[in-house]
Design a binder for this molecule. Structure first.
Ligand SMILES: CC(C)(COP(=O)(O)OP(=O)(O)OC[C@H]1O[C@@H](n2cnc3c(N)ncnc32)[C@H](O)[C@@H]1OP(=O)(O)O)[C@@H](O)C(=O)NCCC(=O)NCCS
Length: 164
């Protein structure tokens, strides 16, 4: 069972802390489904006057990644960004860095899907930015919110296999 979980889920953070009253050491494993599909190469046109990655460029990449993720999950190209929560710029990136953008679905609503995003340096895995909540809304042909009927993450390969 644990092996199966480790194959399907990614353990990407470990926290270790001690409790003196019980003379015990706890290791907490944070397990998540974050998938880093997209890599970007930081080029001169992506920089701010401080010569680090311009925040607006990064937000553009995140918004596009969130839209692509939602479109694929909801199987509808008419999806818009409704809400982006607090954005935490943890560290910067510089010209020549390779960064990767991770997205995971945290909630399926009726017309919405809620995502979480983590952007990190590809080589060091140091986090550059985290966005806890991005809400994307599924629209009908008139541009109104429409139920998407999805309740869990799906994989395209499984959809294709089920039509064979
Ligand atoms: C997206 C839009 C159609 C939604 O209209 P709306 O009147 O807010 O629709 P609803 O109140 O029915 O909410 C739709 C969904 O968004 C969620 N939502 C609405 N406001 C929210 C907010 N502030 N935070 C989080 N979720 C929110 C609702 O909970 C609902 O989800 P559910 O159906 O899964 O329960 C409308 O706000 C809009 O067109 N906004 C502009 C979108 C845009 O141009 N984005 C930038 C370019 S992509």
């Amino acid at each position: 069972m644990i092996e199966k979980m480790n194959n399907s889920l990614k353990i990407n953070k470990y926290y270790s802390f001690e409790n003196p009253s019980f003379n015990a050491k706890f290791v907490l494993q944070i397990i998540n489904n974050m998938n880093y599909h997209t890599r970007k190469w930081v080029k001169p046109e992506d920089l701010n006057p401080n010569h680090s990655l311009f925040g607006g460029r990064l937000l553009q990449w995140i918004d596009e990644e969130a839209a692509l993720y939602a479109i694929i999950q909801l199987e509808n190209t008419k999806v818009v960004t409704k809400f982006i929560s607090e954005i935490n710029f943890v560290s910067s990136a510089k010209q020549g860095d390779i960064i990767e953008i991770g997205i995971e679905a945290t909630h399926f609503g009726s017309s919405s899907i809620t995502l979480r995003c983590d952007v990190r340096n590809k080589m060091t895995h140091q986090t550059i930015i985290t966005v806890e909540k991005i809400v994307m809304v599924n629209l009908d042909s008139e541009g109104n919110p429409a139920p998407h009927g999805k309740t869990k993450i799906e994989f395209v390969k499984d959809r294709l296999n089920s039509t064979l």
